[in-house]
Design a protein around this ligand. Structure first.
Ligand code: MG
Length: 378
């Protein structure tokens, strides 16, 4: 049952190219299905979340991360009377624009583009996710991209520079760039995906960090959120140790964050009393943690930044990943025939789309082929 403040697929602001309604599926179900069947979605299996795909079979990839975000998002959406299908569509699409090698790849590609053409606007994965669904997927006879609804696209474009918002606004007046100019909020479903993303990666990075041996459990015990639930787990089962204790702690941590979001969001909805998604757009952010949970979540995030994302072993991988992207950019720029179709204008933006679309291992293999150097052992 959708609440009046939810996005109703029957009242969608529609698609950029007019299409007849599907006989059995709502507009958001249809968006979700298009995303699942896209090429970019399948590539997520082989794209880095934190650990490179070939470093271990059990670490999260962009795909399993996106599935976890969708699971958490749907579960919260159902309790709040929001559109589960829209949340699922946004969650599954939110990382489609990621480069190979995660944030390291993005940073390197951004630097390459800006150095080659200072007015290019660089590279940003959120904007790229939108480009993927708006123009880069080639599946339909009548249009580029997946022709998703306004609400799904609004959720995918999580943040964006003023300049990019203005360029979107010129192409699509009153469209998804508008809210960044007006400083308005997106739908509750979009807000929820942001938070579900954060809840998901905080939890799975603890798991992957511990599994990889880069983070020790004793270090985690210094983090308030973790230690609280580890104590709770041990109070109920004093004999718990090792992996089961870790999983039980993470499971409790996840549940507590979900219930916290439900309570805090119900309170802010009660306060703001939105009766329509447009009221939501004019209100402050409504899907939120309590203040106490927000603090604990930031503490955990900072812990992961210092101890996992900046771990010497991760940084060493990151540095080589950046080198791969820089070398690929330079080699392809010098030899457009390596990647551009005959007769195609080999613009820098197209080059950046080509590199961004690569999986980790395709990028590594191309790097070795073009430079004769092997930076990673597969
Ligand atoms: Mg994400």
């Amino acid at each position: 049952m959708l609440q009046p403040y939810a996005c109703d697929p029957a009242a969608s602001r529609g698609r950029r190219h007019l299409e007849a309604q599907a006989p059995t599926r709502s507009e958001y179900q249809r968006d979700r299905d298009r995303i699942v069947h896209s090429t970019s979605f399948r590539r997520l299996v082989y794209k880095t979340q934190v650990f490179l795909n070939h470093e271990g079979d059990l670490f999260r990839t962009r795909l399993t991360h996106s599935l976890e975000v969708a699971q958490l998002g749907r579960s919260i959406a159902r309790s709040l009377g929001l559109s589960e299908d829209l949340v699922e569509a946004v969650a599954l699409a939110h990382d489609l624009g990621h480069t190979p090698f995660g944030h390291a790849g993005q940073d390197a590609l951004n630097e390459c583009l800006r150095a080659a053409e200072p007015t290019s606007g660089g590279f940003e994965h959120n904007q790229q996710s939108l480009r993927v669904v708006d123009s880069l997927e080639e599946r339909y006879p009548d249009f580029d991209g997946l022709n998703l609804t306004f609400e799904t696209r609004e959720g995918i474009l999580k943040h964006c520079s003023r300049r990019y918002a203005e360029s979107l606004e010129r192409r699509e007046p009153g469209g998804i760039g508008r809210r960044f100019i007006d400083r308005a909020q997106p739908s509750l479903e979009a807000q929820l995906c942001n938070l579900a993303d954060e809840i998901a990666y905080n939890a799975h990075d603890v798991d992957d960090g511990a599994r990889s041996g880069l983070i020790r459990i004793e270090q985690l015990e210094e983090v308030t959120l973790f230690s609280r639930f580890q104590r709770e787990a041990l109070a109920q089962r004093p004999s718990l140790t090792g992996r089961r204790l870790l999983f039980d702690t993470i499971r409790r941590m996840l549940s507590a964050q979900v219930y916290d979001v439900l309570d805090a969001t119900r309170a802010s909805l009660n306060n703001a009393q939105p009766n329509h998604v447009d009221d939501v757009r004019d209100a402050p952010v409504l899907v939120c943690f309590s203040e106490a949970m927000a603090r604990e979540s930031i503490e955990l995030k900072q812990f992961l930044r210092v101890n996992l994302y900046r771990h010497p072993q991760v940084v060493s991988t990151t540095d080589r990943a950046k080198e791969v992207i820089r070398d690929l950019f330079a080699a392809y720029r010098a030899h457009p025939d390596e990647w551009a179709a005959e007769g195609e204008t080999a613009s820098l933006r197209k080059l950046s789309d080509y590199i961004a679309g690569m999986t980790d291992r395709f990028a590594m293999r191309e790097h070795e082929r073009l430079t004769g150097r092997r930076l990673f052992d597969e």
